[in-house]
Design a protein around this ligand. Structure first.
Ligand code: C5P
Length: 237
């Protein structure tokens, strides 16, 4: 780890592995910053669509990617909020549609390149919890703690289904299941930054595990690795 840079916990894994929830809760408990890198790909998909830029215009996509001004916030009631240029884009970002488009853009090297600096910009004191597909392998390859979460595809589809239903969004289990498999395929097999655990990542299979137990494991490891810096806010506030 580079001693001059704030500490990073990199949490990677496939869709529905729980990494978003785990990262968000861990960041809150530690009082560290949060980077939901998937949201950046989703926002880029949205911005590109609005600007009429298609997947076969990599240079324009890269420019759009470099210009993204995104912040991850919490409302006073504790709900997650994603701001793009101070505009609330949480609902747009969370739709299955933007997830699908995001994974189509994510195979384009210029898109990934354009987002490197944006992502590294989130590394600020006292620390960062970053979740995605290549946090531990590429973006924060010097992270002091790397976690790779997995779960069976059935369980991941179920989790996704529950999440979307809770948000009042439309979804059917068979469609989610086949979309998940397609997205996994694309993420694992792309030539740039494919989804895989870093050699020094701790791999946790979360099938059948309640999310609280996963968060506790991550926090335990964070405290062992980072000591005082990860003492955090014990109340989770
Ligand atoms: O994690 P989430 O489902 O929000 O990510 C949406 C898509 O963005 C993923 O399917 C993946 O293709 C892409 N992505 C990526 N690298 C990341 C984060 C997300 O390629 N670090």
């Amino acid at each position: 780890m580079n001693a001059e840079l704030p500490p990073v916990i990199a949490i990677d894994g496939p869709s529905g592995s729980g990494k978003g929830t785990v990262a968000s809760r861990a960041a809150q408990a530690l009082g560290w910053n949060l980077l939901d890198s998937g949201a950046l790909y989703r926002i880029l998909a949205h911005v590109a669509q609005q600007a009429g830029v298609s997947a076969d215009e990599p240079a324009r996509l890269e420019e759009l990617a470099r210009g993204l001004r995104v912040a991850f916030m919490r409302t006073p009631t504790g709900a997650e909020q994603i701001l793009l240029d101070d505009r609330d884009v949480t609902a747009v970002v969370r739709s299955e549609q933007s997830g699908k488009r995001a994974s189509e853009l994510a195979v384009i090297p210029q898109v990934r390149q354009g987002l490197v600096g944006v992502q590294r910009g989130f590394r600020r004191a006292p620390g960062l919890v970053a979740d995605g597909r290549d946090m531990g392998t590429v973006i924060f390859s010097d992270a002091g703690l790397k976690i790779f979460l997995t779960a069976s595809v059935e369980e991941r589809a179920q989790r996704r289904y529950k999440q979307l239903k809770q948000k009042g969004l439309n979804a059917t289990l068979p469609t989610l299941f086949s979309d998940l498999i397609a997205r996994d395929e694309r993420d694992r097999n792309r030539s740039v930054s494919p989804l895989k655990p870093a050699p020094d990542a701790v791999v946790l299979d979360t099938t059948g595990m309640p999310v609280e137990a996963v968060v506790d494991q991550v926090l335990d490891r964070a405290r062992r690795r980072y000591g005082e810096a990860a003492a955090g806010r014990r109340q989770g506030g």
